[in-house]
Each structure stands twice: as structure tokens, then as C-alpha cells.
Design a binder for this molecule. Structure first.
Ligand code: SF4
Length: 361
């Protein structure tokens, strides 16, 4: 598999005539996947809001004044009950998200490890998105049975600096490297519609496509511009640009599951069908994605029936891992306090969003 993509090569694919692009993507899709199967995930926000980071797209950042309702860690039983309901709706994977900068050893992380164990025991794939993490923390998640870790690179390395100032692109890559020291699969993608150029979109795909191995899952999000965030005025992404992004991702990441993530409510059924044809084979189901709206499960079922699509079963692509109890764990908390980067450069629109909040008070 090619691992030396340049941004220009990916741009050349992105700019192919539309039908040539989706034809080529659909062909590669069929060679590597069952085109009528879609992996369906559900997202549970286990700790919402109050995040110390300054990601310009995110309503959970404490510094912006959004309407997100903050809640602390959910009880394990509640998460398990939600996961069970998702399973009854044909959902194979549950993604547990916590609005943290990074994982800290202690009761909250132990609590997440218990959630991972309990939901894995339901015969569901569990993914976590918890921010930056160390190798030891990744190993503890692996032992708990974790199937996937999500850590998005968001955009190109160059544009990342226009979105976030509280951590650096290299921190993302370091966490991804720590996940890769385990057998946990990697989920990493990004967001389009943040004001980035097409070069940035293709630059992001270059980083993902040149990873060895490539991520098993790549979510492509269309920005949901939330009031109060620095990106509140961004125009929605045009469906044809989005399909181009999906098709290009499919071509450079042939074996990856390419996921339609945030922003799907803005797309028509026909638009989504075009994405599936162009190589998307994973979605988030459920009426909320952490804090932004998403199509209802029943709407998705109707769309699947219309298109003759079926949900992928759990562990079809990678085997289930044995769940090790906390008492039998080989890896104990090390109480690490790694110095993740904090570049702290000024991003004008992020600063303006903080000030807008202050003047409203
Ligand atoms: S995207 Fe994640 S890290 Fe960034 S502000 Fe939101 S919750 Fe925090």
C-alpha cells in the first residue's frame, strides 16, 4: 500500500472530474469492503463541558459562552443501560467521550476503565475519546478490553495552529503513537468547514494516509457552527465538497472505515447516499453527537432500508479482546504528569469569542 503520499498527489485526486472521482472511489471501496454494510456507532458523552482547551469549533470549551449543559462523570450503570439500548437498535460500537485535555490517573480514569469493561461485556466494540494519553494509560485501556481510541488530528499541521493554541499537532501524533504501542485500533480524522483551504484538507489526508498502519477508522466531520464558539459564523460545507472529501479519503485509505460524523443533519438523504457510494461505510447514530444534533436512529433505519444497507456486526473487522479485571491488571496507575505542549499563540477569532462572552455578562 502506498505510504508516501504528497499533498499535491492527493489534491490531484480531489480535483478529478466529479464522476471520475466517485467512480474510482466506489471501485476501490468494492475491492476492499462489502459496499452494502455500514458500521454504526453511538456516542455517549460521559463527562460534558468545562474543558480547559480552546478548540475553536467546540462548544465544550469552558472559555466560550455556549449553551452546553455541563455534567460530571456519568454512573457506570447509566452508560451500560444506554449502550444496551444502542445495541437493541443494531448499533455495534459505543464511543465514550470525556471533555478532558488529557487522561489523568485517578478515580475518574478508573471509572472510565470500568465503563469500558462493562460495555465490552455486552459484546459491543468500545471506543474512547479522552484527550491525550500516555503509553501506560493506553495499556490500561487495552487490558480493560478497549477496541478503539479516537484522537482526531482535526486538520493539516499548518491549519491546526489556526484552530487550537492550547496544544500542538505533535501532541496528537504522540498520543496516536502511544495507542499504536497497544493492539487498540485507531480512529483519527478531522473536520472540514472551519475556514481551511482544500490544500489543508488534503494535507490532513496526507498525514493519515502516510501512517503505518493507516487508521482503522477515519471520521470526516462537517463543522456544526455552534453559537458562542469562535466558528459560529462559518458557512456550512457544500455536499459536493463533502462527497469529494469522502471519495478522496476512500482512495488514499482503501481499507479504513470512513465515517460520516458531525454535520450529517445538514445533508439530504440523496447526499448521504452519494457519500456511501463514494466510500463512506460508517456513521454515528442517535439524535445527539456529544453536544450537536444528529439524525434520529429511525430515520437512519429508513434510509438503510431504502438503500438495501445492513449494519456491520461487532468485531467483524477485528477480534474481541479479553477483559482483564482491575484486580488482575498488570499495569497500575503511575501517577504520571507528562508535560504536553502548550504553545499559547494568539488565535484572533478564539480571542474574540472569549471577549464576546465577557461583554454579554
Ligand atoms: S474538542 Fe475536546 S479537547 Fe477540544 S475543547 Fe472540545 S472537549 Fe476539549
Amino acid at each position: 500500500m502506498k505510504r508516501d503520499w504528497t499533498t499535491q498527489e492527493i489534491l490531484d485526486i480531489y480535483h478529478l472530474p466529479f464522476f471520475d472521482l466517485i467512480y474510482q472511489a466506489a471501485k476501490i471501496h468494492r475491492e476492499n469492503h462489502d459496499p452494502n454494510k455500514i458500521q454504526v456507532s453511538s456516542l455517549i458523552s460521559v463527562k460534558t463541558g468545562g474543558c480547559p482547551e480552546d478548540c475553536g469549533y467546540c462548544p465544550q470549551a469552558a472559555r466560550y459562552h455556549t449553551e452546553v449543559k455541563i455534567h460530571d462523570m456519568l454512573p457506570v450503570n447509566q452508560v451500560k443501560a444506554q449502550a444496551l439500548r444502542a445495541k437493541q437498535n443494531g448499533i455495534s460500537r459505543v464511543c465514550l467521550g470525556a471533555a478532558w485535555r488529557n487522561v489523568k490517573d485517578g478515580p475518574d480514569f478508573d471509572h472510565v476503565l470500568d465503563m469500558v469493561r462493562e460495555v465490552t461485556k455486552l459484546d459491543m466494540e468500545v471506543c474512547c475519546t479522552l484527550g491525550m494519553l500516555t503509553e501506560n494509560q493506553a495499556k490500561r485501556l487495552e487490558e480493560a478490553g478497549l477496541y478503539a481510541y479516537n484522537h482526531n488530528i482535526d486538520s493539516s499541521e499548518e491549519y491546526y495552529k489556526e484552530v487550537i493554541s492550547t496544544r500542538a499537532f505533535e501532541d496528537r501524533l504522540e498520543t496516536i503513537g502511544n495507542v499504536r504501542k497497544t493492539s487498540i485500533t485507531l480512529c483519527s480524522g478531522g473536520i472540514i468547514g472551519m475556514g481551511e483551504s482544500v490544500e489543508d484538507r488534503c494535507g490532513m489526508l496526507k498525514v493519515l494516509a502516510n501512517m503505518t498502519p493507516q487508521p482503522e477508522s477515519v471520521p470526516i466531520n462537517a463543522l456544526v457552527a455552534v453559537e458562542g464558539t469562535p466558528m459560529e459564523d462559518q458557512e456550512p460545507v457544500n455536499i459536493f465538497e463533502f462527497v469529494r472529501m469522502v471519495a478522496t479519503a476512500r482512495i488514499v485509505l482503501p481499507q479504513t472505515q470512513v465515517r460520516l460524523s458531525a454535520g450529517r443533519t445538514g445533508f439530504s438523504k440523496e447526499g448521504q447516499a452519494l457519500c456511501f457510494f463514494a466510500g463512506a461505510n460508517s456513521i454515528f447514530a442517535g439524535d445527539k453527537l456529544l453536544t450537536t444534533p444528529n439524525p434520529d436512529v429511525n430515520e437512519d433505519k429508513k434510509l438503510f432500508d431504502l438503500l438495501g444497507l445492513v449494519p456491520q456486526q461487532p468485531f467483524e473487522k477485528h477480534p474481541k479482546r479479553e477483559v482483564v479485571s482491575s484486580e488482575n491488571s498488570k499495569y497500575k496507575a503511575l501517577g504520571e504528569n507528562p508535560k504536553w505542549t502548550r504553545p499559547g499563540h494568539k488565535i484572533e477569532r478564539n480571542e474574540a469569542a472569549k471577549l464576546r462572552g465577557k461583554t454579554q455578562i
